[in-house]
Ligand binder design. Sequence first.
Ligand SMILES: [Zn+2]
Length: 113
Amino acid sequence: MHTKYNTIHADLRDLIIALKCSIDPHSYYTSQLGSVCKCTNHQIIFLCPFHDDRKHPNFTVTITGQYRHSFICFACDAKGDLILFHQKFHNLNFSEAINDLISNYASHLQIAN
Ligand SMILES: [Zn+2]
C-alpha cells in the first residue's frame, strides 16, 4: 500500500491533503462507525471495524495536527489514513475511494485533470 503513496502524482497528493483538511474527522468517522466510545483533545476512539471485538474500543483516530485522519487499532494493528480507511471499510480500490470521498464528503473540491 505504501509504495503507491510514494509514486502518486503531486496533484493527487495535493488532492489527498485537501480531502483530509476539508473532511471533518469526527463527522466522517461517526458516519461510518457510529458513536465515539472515548474522546480526547486529539483523538477519537471507536470499536474497531477490522477485527471482532464489541467490548474494547481500540480504534483510534487522530483529529488534529499533521496526523489528522490517521487511524490505528492497538489490538489488530490496522493502521492508515483517511483514504486507506475508506478503501478497506468499503472494499474499494484507491481511485474509487478518492472519488467516493469527494462525491459524498467533499463535493466542493474540484479534480484538476
Ligand atoms: Zn482492530
